[in-house]
Write a protein of this length. Sequence first.
Length: 422
Amino acid sequence: MEIKDLNIPEIAKLFDYTQNEDTKSCVNKMLFTPLPTLEDALERQDILKGFIANISLFENYSYSRIDFRETDYFIEKFNQNDYLPQNIKLKLNLYKTLYHEYRSKFVQVVLLLNRLNSYIKNLPTKAFPENYKKELLSMDDYLSSYRLNYYDNLIRENKLRIKHVIEFFGLIAEKKSKKLEIAFKDAYTRFETYISIAKGIKAHQFIFPEIGHANLSVNDFYHPLLKSPVKNSLQTNCNIILLTGPNMSGKSTLLKALGICVYLANIGLAIPASTAKIPFYNNIDVFINLNDDLQSGYSHFMNEIQNLKKVITKAGSGKPGFAVFDELFRGTNIDDALEISCSTLKGMLNFPNSLFFVSSHLHQLTQMEEIESGKIACMHLDCNLNNESPEFTYQLKQGSSDIKIGRILFEKENMKELLKLL
């Protein structure tokens, strides 16, 4: 997978409604980790749909972050020999300061865990797939075994005694001996991660695509980081789409928007669109912001060659792949670029299980026989001329664009006159 040009760190912020750093890290990990199978993507969709269907339960989801952090640290570092030594009951009776220390920690842990457990108990498990239903029940069993309601009532009714504190700390020691707290913490972090992502999906009105179809079809998709994005739609009927259009027409932004939709769909998340049918891809590679690689000594053009080689090698396995190349071969002269672009586009036809999007400013490519026959689709981003000034609509349309605005902009900026004076 090559997805750095999709700016996933910023995309992850759209789903960040987290309460603590562990959950924030888990959200980022989920956004950056591809899923191995279609079944995994469908299961995650179903889990998130379950949370969204019950999102009203989490509208006021909150707790003291300090209490959470301190409780987490206390349970993680809890040592039976330190907190439950011999004669602890006598010591707590004799030393008020020690008892208040124990009592304070008891109250903090019980009240927080009981608050967390209320969110789990109120969530109907029938809304979730079987595997996650088991995880929810396991978390509930873990917290219920602490008898939290019982101890919570003792606190609120002012009936708490030393024996209760010792008893509860004994329960912690028992679970620590079996390392049950580790499994619970991992599960609860995932629980909060799903809540956070579900809130993001709801807030931004993203939709779940149908995943696993043979052809790509996306309606009203857009780039979610733009304040006023233009929505576009497309449906593929072949495995290569050549995207043309003048500079500044929005080709790169459109390709990023499409790449984001495909990637989010393939990790089981909702996407910025109105409806969509998206295949499950084993490989997703997006190359848009390509620069010279000084560390490896590669030039811009050599980077393009290496990236193309990696994608074609993976496509040769026969596994479905999705690849985007923005302004392919712009790192070499126009004659070489035209020749090898034609060879590349023709060669991509040999990998029907992969879908390739290639943008180019080389208008001559639109005259290829494969484009005229429909084997390779050609699309463009619309641009109109109004009084010799370009007006970009950023709308995706079928066919190629023959508008050349380089000369227009050159003259509009009065460059001819300026250059005469030099």
